[in-house]
Design a protein around this ligand. Structure first.
Ligand SMILES: Cc1cc2nc3c(=O)[nH]c(=O)nc-3n(C[C@H](O)[C@H](O)[C@H](O)COP(=O)(O)OP(=O)(O)OC[C@H]3O[C@@H](n4cnc5c(N)ncnc54)[C@H](O)[C@@H]3O)c2cc1C
Length: 473
């Protein structure tokens, strides 16, 4: 048994780090317990062979208020780097080639990506008033009702794959995009709602010269000995004074407040016994079985222009491309869900003149293959999608080969915010408030999956824990 703490934070991903940092700034006695040997969770920057690969998140929206606040408090603002504009042209695979996505709303009228019928349905959307149904619709049904099935599947279906790694029919409209859904309820129109939420130009995408792990390193420095690695928590027990965390090592640590910042399945194990006696007895089971997206990322770094192994100069440039569900591999399209042109986003991600790519591949395909097979398959798929068209039967020695490659397999990495997800999180929080005071939850399954949403969720949990600690004092 160790000296009791005021707050224990379980999990040192971005949610846990942001939570702990806010609590330290508020003057509370905090200890962060992390199961693995490193902090940062899915934020993992790999540097080597002159390439920098972001194995987890690549960029953060410049409009992210929680990210900005953390960066500022950690003194990292001078280290921020920004993409030019919104990160360059975004491409969509359409009818056998990459087509630039409209960058302004008015370009929707001229884009070859949509038929005239689809364009008409889209622009007439504000004329057809929307009334929220009693039950949350899937994102696909909600959007199809507003902008038609063609634009929904082709544009939104591709976008959703890029954010959630999931298919549009798997998401709940309100759960996955709560602000947009709420604004549509107010305005009765999706396009009016989208306009009302667009206050200022987004200001591009952000990172740091040494990648997003700079943020993790700064949090780690600020927390110092208050961050304890290799300290997985096995069980949380309720006591008369508060809570006791039982570590895998058998050590017991007491605290008055606990913030669980682990992924959903680990949270379900820790919260399970405290979610019992709920009117909704399935809460812990639903949390334990929350669907997640799994995917594999193949990072490919090619030689500079001029080399035989360079990507030919005419290949598309910009942010990257997405493949809409209708054009997936089973329909004869690319294998990847999409790819980020990593070396185009920020300087020094690759040697001068060289290009690097992060190709997002379905886990179902990658799971049956070795890393070498994945690199080979991803390279061929990338080259074909970019229009550098080796045929699969052609001798692979004649295609440009990546000089550096790295395969990262992510299992159950991104929670799928399906229909009813928001209600589940709300029901869990309400139950904990009433029956397990002093226990908070935060992380990618609670308030949104983006880096900014996760940081905001950690900071908000810190605010609630601080208020409860003050009330108890
Ligand atoms: C491949 C990929 C690409 C992404 N790209 C982007 C992007 O470009 N932009 C963007 O905004 N977002 C992106 N995201 C989403 C975003 O990065 C994540 O949602 C976010 O970083 C998750 O943070 P977290 O703290 O909630 O969880 P995690 O990062 O999963 O951290 C949870 C931590 O809890 C620890 N833990 C688990 N169980 C225990 C236990 N029992 N005891 C103690 N510790 C425990 C884990 O070891 C881990 O360190 C991406 C995500 C992935 C996977």
């Amino acid at each position: 048994m160790e000296t009791p703490r005021t707050v224990l934070v379980i999990g040192a991903g971005l949610a846990g780090l942001a939570c702990a940092h806010a609590l330290v700034r508020a003057g509370l006695d905090v200890l962060v317990l992390e199961a693995t040997t490193r902090a940062g969770g899915v934020v993992q920057t790999h540097r080597g062979d002159e390439f920098l690969f972001e194995e987890g998140p690549n960029t953060v929206q410049a409009s992210g208020a929680a990210f900005r606040a953390c960066v500022d408090e950690l003194g990292l603002t001078p280290r921020l780097i920004t993409t030019a504009g919104s990160g360059g042209t975004r491409w969509l695979w359409h009818r056998g080639r990459l087509v630039a996505l409209p960058s302004k709303p008015q370009e929707l009228l001229t884009t070859p990506l949509l038929s005239w019928r689809a364009k008409l349905t889209l622009v007439s959307e504000p004329l057809r008033r929307w009334h929220a149904p009693a039950q949350e619709p899937t994102l696909r049904d909600f959007l199809a009702d507003r902008i038609g099935m063609e634009a929904t599947m082709r544009l939104a279906g591709a976008f959703v794959r890029g954010v959630y790694g999931a298919e549009i029919a798997q998401l709940g409209a309100q759960s996955a995009f709560p602000r947009l859904y709420a604004a549509t309820c107010v305005h009765g129109s999706l396009l009016k709602a989208a306009k009302s939420l667009q206050h200022a130009p987004s200001g591009g995408l952000l990172s740091f010269p040494s990648g997003l792990e700079e943020l993790v390193e700064a949090f780690t420095r600020a927390l110092g000995p208050r961050l304890r690695l290799s300290s997985g928590v096995q069980r949380l027990m309720r006591t008369t004074e508060g809570w006791t965390a039982v570590l895998d090592s058998g050590v017991h640590i007491r605290a008055t407040q606990v913030v669980v910042c682990t992924p959903a399945r680990a949270a379900a194990r820790l919260l399970g016994e405290h979610l019992h006696n709920s009117a909704d007895t399935t809460l812990s089971e639903r949390l334990a079985t929350l669907p997640h997206a799994s995917l594999t990322v193949a990072h490919l770094g090619f030689e500079p222009t001029g080399s035989r192994n360079a990507i030919p100069a005419g290949a598309p440039r910009g942010f990257g491309y997405l493949v809409p569900p209708e054009a997936s591999a089973h329909a004869g399209g690319p294998l990847a869900l999409g790819a980020i042109f990593a070396s185009e986003l920020f300087p020094d991600r690759a040697p001068r003149g060289a290009r690097s790519f992060a190709c997002f591949l379905p886990a179902a395909w990658a799971d049956q293959r070795s890393d070498d097979e994945i690199v080979r398959g991803a390279t061929l798929d990338l080259l074909q999608t970019l229009g550098v068209r080796p045929s699969s039967s052609q001798d692979s020695d004649s295609w440009p080969q990546p000089r550096v490659s790295r395969v990262r397999r992510w299992h159950n990495a991104i929670p799928t915010y399906g229909v009813g997800h928001m209600h589940l999180v709300h029901a869990i929080r309400t139950h904990l408030d009433q029956h397990a005071p002093g226990l908070q939850v935060a992380g990618s399954w609670t308030d949104g999956v983006s880096v900014d949403a996760v940081l905001a969720s950690g900071r908000e949990a810190a605010r609630r824990a601080q208020a409860q600690a003050l009330a108890q004092a």
